[in-house]
Design a protein around this ligand. Structure first.
Ligand SMILES: [Zn+2]
Ligand SMILES: [Zn+2]
Length: 206
């Protein structure tokens, strides 16, 4: 288990552990769009143990909580589910190495650093280990039939600093930052079969 820490150092092109900045993609065309048509903001990306790259995106203007059935439908990452109007988030896990030609326009590009976690770090922003559930454990089955597995956790009301010129996020808890899923605690679950680079689900709790 590793703790993810935000630094005040600006991220530059080619950095792999960042808030904002230039996403590392499988191809330039893979930068996800919300179903509203807007290009999604890159909240963060990190290299994870085993050589894969994790990226978490959300629409700059759609900010909702994620709810879904235990058995997730086909292509649940690009299908609005749980009463939401848009498929407004995307989680990608892949081994590509294409640096996007332009940086994210919403969040301040900042470097992230990873350190080994200690016994008191279970509520931190972290990757690996076991989930620290606020409510009961939640399970979801991928459209491919595999039980999703825990990968990472984002604390409640975790603010990703916005660029000065970016508008204030809708329904934010922090006027100078953007949050994921209305500031809910987020548990990233991913398909162990990697049936698709986007086969991942964000469990929200508070
Ligand atoms: Zn949108
Ligand atoms: Zn799957």
């Amino acid at each position: 288990m590793r703790v993810i820490e935000m630094s005040s150092e600006p991220a530059v092109a080619g950095d792999r552990n960042t808030v904002g900045g230039r996403p590392i993609l499988q191809s330039e065309e893979d930068w996800p769009d919300c179903t509203c048509g807007r290009r999604m903001a890159l909240f963060f990306q990190i290299d994870i143990p085993g050589g894969e790259h994790l990226l978490v995106f959300q629409c700059p203007v759609h900010n909702e909580a994620a709810f879904g059935p235990r058995q997730l439908p086909e292509r649940y990452w690009q299908t609005p589910v749980g009463g939401n109007e848009h498929a407004f988030w995307r989680i990608l896990l892949h081994r590509g190495d294409v640096v996007a030609a332009t940086p994210d326009e919403t969040l301040q590009p900042l470097r992230l650093t990873l350190r080994d976690a200690g016994p008191d770090d279970e509520w931190e922003f972290r990757v690996g280990g076991e989930p620290a559930w606020i409510q009961g454990a939640e399970h979801h089955t991928c459209a491919c039939g595999a039980e999703l597995e825990f990968l990472a956790q984002i604390p409640e009301n975790f603010g990703f600093p916005k660029r000065a010129e970016a508008p204030r996020q809708i329904d934010t808890f922090d006027s100078s930052a953007y949050g994921l899923f209305l500031g809910n605690m987020v548990y990233l679950l991913v398909c162990p079969r990697r049936c698709d680079p986007a086969a991942a689900w964000p469990v929200n709790q508070n």
